[in-house]
Design a protein around this ligand. Sequence first.
Ligand code: SF4
Length: 506
Amino acid sequence: MTRPKVIIRRCDTYDVQAIRKILREGLEELDLQPSGHTLVKPNVVASGPLFPHAHTRPEFIEGMVAALRDCDGGMTELAVGERCGITIPTRAAFEGAGFYEVFERAGVKHYHFEESAQVEIPLSHPRRLRDYIFTPEPVARADFFVNCPKFKSHPWTTVTFAMKNYIGIQDDRHRLIDHDHRLDEKVADLQFVTQPQFIAIDAITAGENRMLTPIPFDLGLIIMGNNSVAFDSVCCRIIGVDPATVDHIRLAHEYGFGPMDQDAIEVTGDVTLEEAQKRAEGFQVGLIRVEDYFADSNITANSGPPPEPERTDYCWGGCPGALEEAIEIIRLFDAQTDAKLPKMHIVFGDYQGEIKANPGEKVLFIGDCAKWEGELDKGLVKIESLYRDRSTKDPHTAEHDDIFKKMASVTATLAKNRKEQVIRLQGCPVSVAELVLVLTGLAGTKNPFFAPSESVRFNKSYLMWKSVTMARRLRGKPYQENGAYDARGKAAPNITAPVGSTLPGE
Ligand code: SF4
């Protein structure tokens, strides 16, 4: 049996032609000729002047599109598709990243996945989180899937390489399901949707510590491969992380998607693994518990275990990490954030300890699973868990959380509790966007959603998104389809059997 291959190439520049040449040589070395529906999936989780290192760079995608054409083996469609960070329209993320200019120059089609039909993919492996998941139709239909992530660390899953990039093959309502302490299992389950024929990561400027606001790290590499587990394992080793400690990689390996063992992977290229490791010396993954993250701020964070405490004592995939990302976003927009933040206490999970809140200091219980009992200003406080077991959440009826509705509900919650010491925020998870709104409301910092640099692009994109989905609904276009794809995502010849003609939750 041939070993999966990972190719490590030197590239210190975002020159499109230099990238194109390296990617073309990678395709040739892997003996790949794209054919049929060819879909490129970048990571554009966030973009714009304040998020320059969060996304796969447009030059990389332009080089990829050209390289795929250089190696054309009968493509019937070449497209780029993405669902960026939730609540933000992908249109805004594409615009902020400069992708539309690339689409136009390269004459390439593009998909905003939240505007596409969503397709049901059945799962049957014994350790699955649920029996079916949804993915946008262009993903399920792809004959040649090209995964183009950004090389970054991640506060929830340690790293975001090839496999974690799959979180963007779900729209918001489906992405938030299981986005909790079992996020790694969700990411591993998503691998059953489709497997990439080609993977190429933008590791020219990598991102340390966080995923939305990473610290740039000049790694000067393009890494390519043909197997996600092997690929992510090598990327982990480059930064000194044992891939077996990253649960979604370990799980995908256990599910049979590929090897983690270095001896089972062929590494080639003009940079050896050892040289790549030398380049990455000091790279920080930023897997920091929330108590430590806020140790030097006015926020005292306390966390207890999420539900199913036998699995973990900390919800790595949910609310605590969202709070860390939220504060970093606010800091970008308001340099006075830390000075403006009043002293407050934040609680996650089933917290058994004391809350040392002085009179007047707010205590926020974040997430459905927050639970606590103890004395505060006005005497005994008892917070009950509102957590609902995941088996009660049906992806068929999952609803989209509209950002303007969220703004209204957060504003109402803060107004209602203005004089109260305790505020309860529901959700599993509570999203980064909601936490940004809450913290800006409590601290009186600048609100990123109203920043002039963001609001025009955001509002224009939001209106387009809503118009397109409304038009789809009025046309009676089937929104959900099933039965046309197998669990590995290979599209059946015809997409048939629509089961719904409405847009649930819109
Ligand atoms: S409510 Fe938040 S902290 Fe609790 S399980 Fe859900 S995502 Fe995790």
